[in-house]
Design a protein around this ligand. Structure first.
Ligand code: ADP
Length: 291
């Protein structure tokens, strides 16, 4: 069973704050046995949803995969909620793409990170848990451990209500982030596994051109990365969007294959998008072409 971890909850040291997210503040912490952890703390509390929350985290704690950030414990009360995750030493993919305080990632390593994240997501979609839709894939939610192994974070905890294993799509409580959100959602108001594939396609573009999914400072046709990226790929001018620092090291065949994968993921119609398993195969091929 998932350990219930007890904290002196009124006693979080601001020096240990790593960041702020949708759920609440995230702190660095250490368990008694020395294990480093990330502690997510929300002061919103659970109110009536206490039992559902417990069921949900029990399911989540059983999901173990080398490319998914593990939930290792929790503490829940009516007025406070704390989730304890394995600590991801190197921060997020987003940090490495846009923040110059973080080391530059070479192309081969970027491909390996995308492949790792694709493996994690493929497992979630097909896994023993019966198929879970992430609903908020973005570069902030792809974290890196001390060896730069990518792990997908923030899955499963729906923002409005319990995770229902029998559901193949989620109709309530959209979690997605603007710029990554499946265009089909606006027609159907449903998120599916193929919505995750779309969001992953946006991440693939971010990895290639090191600019955010939405950049309002750019001209209208370039402001939305998905639209701009797909236009360049279709015109055969993918080279135009590649980050200039990366351009020198990417093999042309690897780039072409990678562009094809991103294009398939970003199809308007969700049936035309590949499964995460197919995306994984294609990315592995793009890596082979680079070697
Ligand atoms: P969001 O809700 O926006 O996805 P999170 O609450 O997941 O954000 O995370 C906020 C910040 O905490 C991020 O900058 C992320 O890098 C960091 N963080 C989250 N989880 C971990 C973890 N397991 N290990 C290390 N850092 C983490």
């Amino acid at each position: 069973p998932l350990p219930e971890i007890h904290f002196a909850t009124n006693n979080f040291d601001p020096k240990l704050l790593i960041g702020k997210g949708g759920f609440g503040n995230v702190y660095r912490g250490t368990l008694r046995d020395g294990t480093k952890v990330a502690v997510k703390r929300s002061e919103l509390g659970l109110g009536q949803g206490f039992l559902e929350f417990q069921t949900e985290i029990t399911i989540l704690s059983k999901i173990r995969h080398c490319h998914l950030v593990s939930l290792i414990g929790y503490c829940a009360e009516q007025s406070e909620m704390i989730l304890v995750f394995e600590f991801m030493e190197k921060g997020s993919l987003r940090d490495h793409l846009y923040n110059s305080d973080f080391p530059y990632l070479p192309w081969k390593q970027r491909l390996e990170i995308c492949i790792g994240a694709a493996q994690g997501l493929d497992y979630l979609h097909r896994g023993a848990a019966g198929g879970i839709i992430h609903r908020d894939i973005k570069s902030t939610n792809i974290l890196l451990d001390e060896n730069y192994v990518a792990k997908v974070a923030d899955f499963g905890l729906s923002k409005s209500g319990p995770l229902d294993q029998s559901q193949t799509h989620v109709t309530t409580g959209v979690k997605g982030t603007f710029g990554y959100l499946d265009p089909e959602y606006f027609k159907t108001l449903q998120l599916t596994k193929k919505s995750d594939v779309y969001s992953f396609g946006v991440v693939l573009l971010e990895v290639l051109c090191a600019r955010p999914a939405i950049d309002p400072s750019l001209p209208r046709e370039e402001a939305n990365l998905a639209d701009w990226g797909i236009m360049c790929i279709q015109k055969g001018t993918i080279e135009q969007i590649v980050d200039p620092v990366l351009a020198g090291e990417i093999n042309a065949n690897s780039l072409r294959k990678y562009g094809e994968v991103a294009e398939k993921c970003l199809q308007e119609e969700d049936e035309e998008r590949p499964s995460m398993g197919d995306v994984l195969w294609d990315l592995e091929y793009a890596l082979q072409l680079q070697q």
